[in-house]
Write a protein that binds this ligand. Structure first.
Ligand code: JFZ
Length: 442
């Protein structure tokens, strides 16, 4: 039975992937960087000697922290070790092709000198814009910039979690205009930004603004044709978020893959998506403690491979310190990932789902628009024989290690469309890539 389609005015405005060049480029990024930076980096998860296990960027909401005391951290914002070019160099060295930067997190502090609030870098001891040098440095490094923006704003007097009274409604109208002004301001000040990454859009107050948010999104798209906006900005008129009441993705890509990855291609419903991931369990802003399980470069590389193998991008978060420097642990991870990418990025950039069943040794990716397949190996078979099952009529014509393409690997046909590729690589300490080409007359 076909479910009847609901007529929506503010649902998705497109079904299926965006076919334009800007989105094709986004699809080919493979690996990205997220930056969470703001006033919360100054306490770094610690308040009056007390630590808390929640996310460090949420510290303002902890019990017992006076809001006005938190807000006065603006007078301590003086990141003397901030170096936009050094951040961009770290991202570049890691192999990131895009970066998402918090222009304003939930606390409302703006890293750009917004003229619509006093709560900005302009009124801190630092005084200067942070976003402009970052956009310039990343642009110069060839890394696309996406601006993160939290709609929820704990500092703005008009923000409400819900709208219950006439007074709420009046206050929130002012907040909506403020939000629109800030977004137009951001796109005007930083015209090279390729997208907006929305957050803090889950509360009832905002979910009820289907018409306003839809019109605003269209206004922003008109202002910057090609701009990329994910599924986390607005709800439809029935309050459905990410997917509208007809189950169609709202926005250009699915933004729900937060600290988790899909397991199989069916999980992503034919949509574009990216995964945003913290290095510890759940810390986006700088946390001095850095405790619990800390992901290794191996794990982060595997997540990158898995993301690309299922048609998505992988985005690793960085939480720079209050003084503006990136913590040494993150620099080390960026270096290790970058060293791996130097050898293997061909299997990550501009690659897509290979339409092959996953095998035990790791992940398949495929170079978009070609018949070149990559096997990203994370588990090595003891006998050195890599089983490759291909669909009917597809065979392997040539196989080689990506790092040493001159070495042609032995291919044994086991049965129709099923092969062993032999590669004895017992000394491998890092994940590696075997590449093969297919022919379609087998
Ligand atoms: C939000 C923020 O609250 C958090 O501080 C961080 O910026 C992160 C990237 O985004 O946290 C979320 C948002 C959505 C989900 C979970 C955490 N979600 O949809 O599961």
């Amino acid at each position: 039975v076909k479910k009847e389609k609901i007529n929506l005015v503010h649902g998705a405005h497109r079904d299926g992937k965006r076919p334009d060049e800007a989105m094709k480029k986004w699809r080919g990024y493979g690996l990205g960087q997220f930056i969470h930076w703001g006033l919360y980096a100054i306490p770094g998860g610690e308040w009056n000697g007390k630590t808390y296990n929640g996310a460090a960027e949420w510290i303002r909401s902890w019990d017992g922290i006076p809001k006005s005391t938190y807000d006065s951290l603006i007078y301590k914002f003086n990141p003397v070790n901030f170096d936009a070019k050094a951040w961009a160099a770290t991202a570049k060295q890691m192999g990131a092709k895009y970066v998402t930067i918090t222009t304003k997190h939930h606390d409302g502090f703006c890293l750009w000198p917004s003229k619509y609030t006093d709560y900005t870098v302009a009124n801190s001891p630092w005084k200067k814009d942070i976003i402009k040098p970052l956009v310039d440095a990343y642009d110069a490094a060839g890394i696309d910039v996406i601006l993160y923006f939290s709609v929820m704003d704990w500092n703005h007097p008009g923000w409400r979690y819900d709208i219950k009274t006439e007074a709420d409604s009046i206050a929130f109208e002012g907040f909506k205009q403020f939000t629109r002004n800030q977004l137009i301001e951001l796109l005007t000040l930083y015209p090279t930004a390729k997208g907006l990454w929305f957050d803090g859009t889950w509360d009832k107050s905002w979910v009820k603004q289907a018409a306003f948010a839809d019109e605003l999104e269209q206004e922003l798209r008109k202002l910057r044709p090609g701009i990329i906006i994910g599924s986390r900005f607005r709800a439809d008129e029935y309050g459905k978020r990410h997917f509208d009441s007809n189950g169609v993705l709202i926005g250009d890509y699915e933004q729900g893959w937060e600290r988790k990855l899909p397991e199989k291609i069916a999980d992503v419903h034919g949509n574009d998506w990216d995964c945003v991931m913290t290095v510890p369990e759940n810390q986006w802003g700088y946390n001095k403690a850095w405790k619990g399980h800390i992901k290794t470069a191996f794990e982060l590389i595997e997540m990158t491979a898995k993301s690309v193998s299922l048609g998505g991008n992988f985005v690793m978060n960085f939480g720079p310190q209050g003084d503006g420097a990136i913590r040494k642990e993150e620099l080390q991870l960026a270096k290790e990932i970058g060293d791996w990418m130097k050898v293997n990025s061909e299997a990550i950039y501009n690659c897509e789902y290979a339409v092959l069943d996953k095998q035990d040794w790791g992940y398949f990716t495929k170079k978009t628009g070609s018949n070149k397949i990559y096997m990203l190996v994370f588990n090595t078979p003891i006998n050195g024989k890599y089983r490759v099952k291909l669909p009917a009529k597809m065979g392997i014509s040539m196989a080689a290690p990506l790092s040493n393409p001159g070495v042609k690997l032995k291919i044994e046909e086991i049965k129709a469309n099923e092969y062993f590729i032999e590669f004895n690589n017992p000394s491998a300490k890092q994940p590696f890539v075997i590449t093969f080409e297919t022919d379609t007359d087998k």
